[in-house]
Design a protein around this ligand. Sequence first.
Ligand code: HEM
Length: 438
Amino acid sequence: MELRALPSQFSFSTPPPTASTATATMASLTGAATSRLLPSASRARLSLSSSSSPASLSSLRCLRGSSPLVSRLFLNQRRPSMHLSAALYSGVASPKCAASDPEQLKGAREEIKELLKTKFCHPILVRLGWHDAGTYNKNIEEWPKRGGANGSLRFEIELKHAANAGLVNALKLLEPIKEKYPSVTYADLFQLASATAIEEGGGPKIPMKYGRVDVSKPEECPEEGRLPDAGPPSPADHLREVFYRMGLNDKEIVALSGAHTLGRSRPERSGWGKPETKYTKDGPGAPGGQSWTVQWLKFDNSYFKDIKEQRDENLLVLPTDGVLFEDPSFKVYAEKYAEDQEAFFKDYAEAHAKLSNLGAKFDPPEGIVIDGKAAPEKFVAATYSSGKRELSDAMKQKIRAEYEAVGGSPDKPLQSNYFLNIMIFIAALAFLTSLVVN
Ligand code: HEM
């Protein structure tokens, strides 16, 4: 991360640390701070979590430790050589880390809701899901080389990337849920936790699907450096470079940045933010850090309002946040979202679902929907290809990314295609008529 002169509300204290320096426990909270920060629905439902359960042997099948640290986190990890026997113990014929079970997904979701009520960890769960998915590179076809939502962030090698400082705490929080619901893949669990945190924080319903396959060894983690930097020399160019690589567009960059309505930045993790402010000194969760908004556990459009005004020095504005109101293309959306929370929620929900699917390999290929509504349509590649040969997963992914890069979807061909077809039809008709007349 590059150091540069920052306006007074920015604070840059220490160089980026490693994950091992992150010590927050997310334990303490005060009643006053809680009532200030939580949406009323969450306040009314405070209760103790009951997520612990004996580890199931079947959880052995998906895990292979890369270090003592991660092994301590996930006691159910195995060496590759023991994989087959683990699969036999679990009664699962195939050792692949695939196929979440719909009932287990629902169970895990309830546990995540309980966790949120007791630990107030909405922000870090959202960041976990984003950092697993955000390594996607649409120019690489091969899974898992292309990165994305594949559970690779559970391995120590990736957790130690500077951008992931502190996320080990999110893994610790989810570990008992993974043990209790071993059929839920890590890739699904991270995205389930993130979407649930947005919804429980008062945000929109995210049209999620599940069934993401996990990578199975640390060697399959992406290289460091695919996630955005908060203070690059040219923030707008940098954001475009990173998010376009994921197949996301300007609207999605602005909408997704709105996730910073939740949470705080901590100097001892990212190097950004003040050690504490009047809004963070009492928690909830581990106190400290600098938030982007006053009510940093409530998902709403205050991020855009606060950045636009920049009146409160307690609130954080990263260079990559500030540029959303400076760049002409970003500004259109940022202004709209500051005015219209409904528009923000709609665009955010779509962009979040798309982010959560980046690079993912689904089993079954169309994914698993657990809510029975707002489900993405099945993508049947054959509809978009000729001949009898089914397209490979990599090719489907490429087609989808290309559609999505221009704001479309293979499930819903672009409006302009219909228009073009009509124009071609009219031209052909005119040509034929002229032939007949002559
Ligand atoms: C646009 C580029 C982005 C940059 C440069 C960026 C940068 C950062 C930084 C520096 C932090 C502070 C981390 C810490 O000190 O603990 C942070 C936190 C956070 N980010 Fe981002 N981020 C970006 C996009 C996103 C997106 C797309 C999402 C989600 C969709 C997201 C969700 C979060 C959340 C929820 C937190 C708070 C975490 C916590 O309180 O523990 N960010 N981000």
